[in-house]
Design a protein around this ligand. Structure first.
Ligand code: NAG
Ligand code: NAG
Length: 372
């Protein structure tokens, strides 16, 4: 179809009233602008490819037009690294459910497309439910049984092969629940959550193996992991391959492995970004971690990595199985049942909200009890 025919075909779909307005206003706008608008509209009506994230319904031209005046919209793409294990799948379903709910709100305008970056090497049962990009796991044995080493490799592959429209990326994890629409917290510098247990200054001798003295003080290394982080795609494209190398080198070095344990891959991201001269804006309000954070405050994400154990009087019994409990690790092989019992009186707001939000998601997700 040539441009004129396409324009005619697109025009045929427009209601008469719109055509009158267009006709009256046409002499005011240049032919080129009109052609762009009509072509964009026609493309959106016929296009919308199957593999496109169904949530991103707004065509590119409309978005561009919307951001032309006033404050520029700075959408970020949500990238959720995951495996095909039942444990990862149910968390991803809850996570994606709340992403969609928050994105639909007016303040959710910065929340762009969504991709589950599935690093198990093959499709799983959620392909039709969550936009997913399958990447390869590390070669057998390379992760030394530490499955999160696959994360940097997953990002390297995804960034190389996928077409990502947004300029920014949020690195997210399955145990994140959006409690409020998340704005783009990044500027030219990325934004990250500071973890109290990532303490570069206490590990100077180990870190110097990866961040030599001539690079500057180890305090250049931010107290963060890779998630949650909102970062420019161009910055992450540089950092990800270094992050992968550093994490593998750290894992293969006994002293480092022993010093960092299960947070090794977080240190690897912090070091890799410092090696590229990237510093993060530290945002404590990025997320909360029940049961230690008790109030929601102004946070955006609940990270449910810790078990929540309480007596029936509402007293925290951390580390000891409570009379009432919610712990994601209790649901390794199957999803939690629908309608979990709410915590007893006295349990903090953060935990109550978490359980209510899990319940709302599981009540609305089809086939939940089949454990897909
Ligand atoms: C990662 O390590 C490999 C092998 O040692 C090397 O060839 C590659 O250049 C390194 N890449 C980066 C970005 O450090
Ligand atoms: C959820 O469980 C409570 C009891 O814990 C019950 O009263 C309520 O009706 C249940 N709701 C649904 C939707 O099944």
């Amino acid at each position: 179809m040539n441009a004129a025919a396409r324009k005619a075909a697109a025009a045929a779909r427009l209601p008469a009233a719109v055509l009158v307005v267009v006709a009256v206003g046409a002499f005011l706008i240049s032919y080129n602008l009109l052609a762009i608008v009509l072509r964009g509209g026609g493309g959106a009506a016929t296009g919308a490819g199957r593999e496109r994230d169904p949530v991103v319904a707004m065509p590119g031209w409309m978005r561009a037009a919307g951001s032309a005046g006033g404050g520029r919209r700075r959408p970020f793409h949500v990238a959720l690294t995951a495996t095909d294990a039942a444990y990862s799948r149910w968390q991803c379903r809850v996570m994606y459910y709340w992403y969609k709910r928050m994105q639909a709100r007016p303040e959710g305008a910065d929340m762009g497309g969504f991709t589950r970056v599935l690093h198990s090497g093959k499709p799983d049962a959620l392909m039709g439910e969550i936009p997913t990009f399958v990447v390869d796991p590390l070669p057998a044995g390379k992760d030394h049984g530490y499955v999160v080493l696959n994360r940097p490799w997953a990002f390297v592959q995804w960034l190389e092969k996928a077409k990502i429209e947004e300029e920014y990326i949020l690195m997210a994890e399955p145990d994140h629940i959006f409690v409020r629409p998340l704005p783009n917290l990044a500027r030219d510098d990325p934004a990250a959550f500071p973890f109290f247990y990532i303490t570069p200054s206490e590990h100077e001798s180990v870190l110097r193996k990866y961040y030599p003295k001539e690079r500057g003080p180890v305090t250049n290394i931010d107290p963060i992991g890779n998630s949650p982080v909102i970062i420019k795609k161009t910055q992450l494209e540089k950092i990800a391959p270094t992050w992968m190398n550093v994490s593998i080198q750290m894992k293969e070095d006994q002293e480092t492995d022993k010093a960092f344990g299960w947070v090794l891959e977080m240190y690897a991201y912090a070091v890799a970004s410092a090696l590229h001269g990237v510093q993060h804006i530290l945002r404590k309000d990025f997320m909360i971690q029940p049961p230690f954070d008790t109030k929601l405050g102004n946070t955006f994400i609940i990270h449910f990595t810790y078990g929540c154990d309480y007596t029936l009087k509402g007293v925290l019994t951390y580390g000891k199985i409570g009379e009432w409990r919610f712990d994601k690790r209790a649901y390794q092989d199957r999803p939690p049942p629908r309608n979990l019992t709410l915590p007893p009186p006295g349990v903090p707001e953060s935990v109550v909200t978490l359980v209510k939000m899990v319940n709302e998601a599981t009540a609305n997700l089809p086939g939940w009890d089949d454990g897909r």
